[in-house]
Ligand binder design. Structure first.
Ligand SMILES: *Cc1c(COP(=O)(O)O)cnc(C)c1O
Length: 500
């Protein structure tokens, strides 16, 4: 292995890294967002029955990566990629992510990673400040919003049910029925977290939403009251700050007001929507944030950082520490309370032991370009989404259910002759056009179910996407739809088309 550390070897790898970047990444428009190959063919190209006892060597591996893995992989940085809530990442983040791999310290203890610990504490504090959380708030970076949500709800449970000694859990009382309230549009990680915490499925109470999937605070009040009346122990309310399906925002300040009379933890799931705190919408969308107990915010979504870079923020840092320090005394030092807060071991605030330097790309970005560059980028994506929405609203073939609150658009392709067709047939059109553009490599966006109907769903967070790209894609959708119309006389067509 020694030679792998040699200067020559390093030069070879760095040259290859740079080659790969300029080939695939630097000119995204030279390739399509997707390159289609049938599944069977792709599987047969990649699968090897046995782990390769003898390697194929650097040159062959390079070819395999370039011609298969990269070629048929999805180009998330392509300006026509709208499928997921994470899309590409800027070159400085690609490189800083590689540097984090080189550093390879585990951030569980200060001793193991003194500088990285301070950086992570500091960036978390910035994030809390950008949202408008109370002074002294901070948190911890985690591999994904799903884990942040789990830890947030674990903290909520601990705050409600464990006594001061941390020894006795009221929750352990026989027949206790702890419950959480969230909207039916909450991210699925919320119900997974509840399952891990042992909450009965019937005690995950789904609050009604409006047409944009945003929580109805009146229904929250009713459900909360009923829950208590029925002997349940509601301990957390989850507010969606960026609904996964629609990009809408639950009305935070109204939720805070409803929760006030109760001893209940408010969790803001801003995994997607957190980025809107860097836009001119912050004071509207995050009103009430100073009363929120925990927030999940994914920098790998609207802030364009590499997967994964999620932060769990809270004003209750002491409680977070009490929640997860199970006292591995070979690891965590006893004098923890005396540490200045920026130097406290991160490992005692999370379920993780080995912990990657996830905050580095964001720290480097903010230091190099300033938060202002990020604000400009996020604001421009919000404006692009609004502009495309008003464009679609003018084109008769499209239907827009509501204006976007964040850079996420839902719309339907509904040309005149389909307007009176059955809902199922209309849904089929959405799947058809989506699949056509995907297979042709024209654009990759998703399908969402909203109020029982299928919508095209585009996430517009990539800074490379322009209004011209979007107009072209709208035209390609219309073309794909007309192609279907022309073929529709064939009765087998619709049934043979496979949806997702
Ligand atoms: C994406 C998302 C999550 C999950 O985050 P991951 O980083 O993908 O694990 C949770 N909640 C909401 C609202 C999200 O948009």
């Amino acid at each position: 292995m020694q030679h792998l550390h040699s200067k020559d070897n390093l030069d070879t790898y760095v040259a290859w890294f740079s080659e790969t970047l300029s080939d695939f990444y630097a000119q995204p428009r030279n390739r399509q967002v997707t390159q289609h190959l049938d599944k069977e063919e792709l599987v047969s190209r990649i699968i090897q029955e046995n782990p390769p006892e003898q390697g194929i060597g650097f040159d062959s591996m390079k070819m395999l990566l370039k011609d298969t893995i990269m070629a048929y992989g999805v180009k998330t940085w392509h300006p026509h990629f709208f499928n997921q809530m994470s899309a590409g990442t800027p070159a400085p983040a690609v490189v800083s992510s590689a540097i984090a791999s080189m550093i390879n310290s585990t951030l569980s203890t200060y001793e193991a990673a003194p500088t990285a610990t301070i950086v992570e504490r500091n960036v978390a504090q910035w994030m809390a400040q950008l949202l408008g959380m109370p002074e002294g708030s901070g948190g911890i970076f985690l591999p994904g919003g799903s884990l942040s949500n789990l830890l947030a709800l674990t903290l909520a449970r601990k705050r409600k049910f464990y006594d001061k000694t941390q020894q006795q859990s009221v929750y352990a009382v026989a027949n206790a029925q702890p419950a959480i309230l969230c909207s039916k549009h909450s991210h699925y990680s919320v119900s997974n977290a509840a399952m891990v915490l042992g909450i009965m499925p019937q005690n995950i109470i789904a609050v009604k939403t409006n047409h944009r999937g945003e929580m109805d605070p009146k229904d929250l009040a009713t459900q909360l009251k009923n829950a208590v009346k029925n002997g349940l122990l509601p301990f957390a309310v989850v507010a969606n700050l960026g609904v996964s399906v629609t990009g809408g925002f639950d009305p935070l300040s109204e939720i805070v007001a409803v929760c006030k009379p109760y001893d209940i933890h408010i969790h803001g799931d801003a995994a997607f929507g957190g980025g809107m705190a860097l836009t001119d919408q912050r004071d509207i969308l995050f009103k009430g944030i100073e009363h929120v107990d925990t927030v999940t915010w994914d920098a790998h979504k609207c802030l364009y950082m590499p997967l994964t870079s999620s932060v769990l923020l809270t004003p209750h840092l002491g409680a977070l520490r009490q929640c997860f320090s199970s006292g591995a005394d070979y690891l965590f030092r006893e004098e923890i309370e005396d540490d200045p807060c920026m130097a406290r071991d991160l490992g005692s605030e999370t379920l993780l032991c080995g912990k990657r330097f996830e905050a580095l790309p964001l720290w480097m970005f903010f230091n190099t370009y300033g938060v202002s560059a990020m604000r400009e980028m996020v604001q421009s994506r919000l404006e692009l989404a609004r502009e495309f929405a008003s464009y679609l609203d003018q084109v008769p073939e499209f239907e827009l259910p509501f204006n976007p609150v964040s850079p996420l658009l839902n719309f339907r392709y509904l040309p005149a002759h389909v307007e009176n067709a059955s809902p199922e047939r209309q849904d089929e059109y959405q799947r058809w056009v989506r699949e056509k553009l995907r297979v042709k490599g024209q654009a990759l966006f998703n399908i969402a179910t909203l109020n029982d109907r299928k919508y095209l769903r585009m996430i517009l967070i990539n800074p490379l996407t322009t209004m011209d790209d979007l107009k072209n894609i709208a035209n390609q959708i219309i073309d794909a739809g007309q192609e279907l119309e022309a073929k529709v006389s064939s009765p087998t067509l619709m049934s043979s088309h496979q949806s997702r």
